[in-house]
Design a protein around this ligand. Sequence first.
Ligand code: KMH
Ligand code: ZN
Length: 274
Amino acid sequence: MEKLIITAAICGAEVTKEHNPNVPYTIEECVREAGLAYKAGASIIHLHVRTDDGTPTQDKNRFKMVMDAIHAKYPDVIIQPSTGGAVGMTNDERLQPTELNPEMATLDCGTLNFGGDEIFENTENTIKYFGEKMIDRGIKPELEVFDKSMIDMALRLNKKGFIKSPMHFDFVMGVNGGISGTLRDFVFLRGSIPADATYTVAGIGRFEFPLAVAAIIDGGHVRVGFEDNTMISRGIVAESNGQLVEKVVRLAKELGREIATPAEAREILGLKKK
Ligand code: KMH
Ligand code: ZN
């Protein structure tokens, strides 16, 4: 089986220090959380950025400062900026970090309810637009799918040339408005992607570790981090993103799966270090 790629989604746009005081906002806090995740075994950092008061932003300069600061200390880690940003942002606002030519970035493959009155909007034309920009800029998209229909959208746009093969998916499971975090639905998503595709799974909240185990056993990859879950176990707030990664490493070792370094993750995903 391929080595396991662990992604740490260290910050997100919705989670706050009220959920967990260790959620990073400042540049220094992002470097600390990325470093702890990397040292624990994460090869990819999925990155959102905030202003110092915690407000989500897609500002290109803020991304550059955070990415440069992380790479100054951990030069080989793969940084995957979000193009999802936060609900309500415009497409061009969201696309700003792709101007920095990262190796990867997320590409959200459909619209969904996002809790309460929030709608995370990604029309077909938006997905095509983001897909074309990523092809032009040589960025490998991580296809964020929150439901099965989003896999079907990605497959259609792949046929039309807006997304290249081999595709890499992220099954985001358990969002209030998306597919559930059950094993039944994991098997459904996993069976719906092409044979040459890779995938990672991001279980939201209590689904994080059970779905990590499913992906470890199945030969998939795993995403954990404060964006998706702030608890290390029931009722216990995680000390850091590194602690969440450590738990995945422990589970993988018990199940006989080795952990990929960033260089090995690049090979598995077909990335070229820029
Ligand atoms: N914050 C969500 C609205 C992504 O990073 O591409 C979108 C999100 C997905 O987090
Ligand atoms: Zn994200």
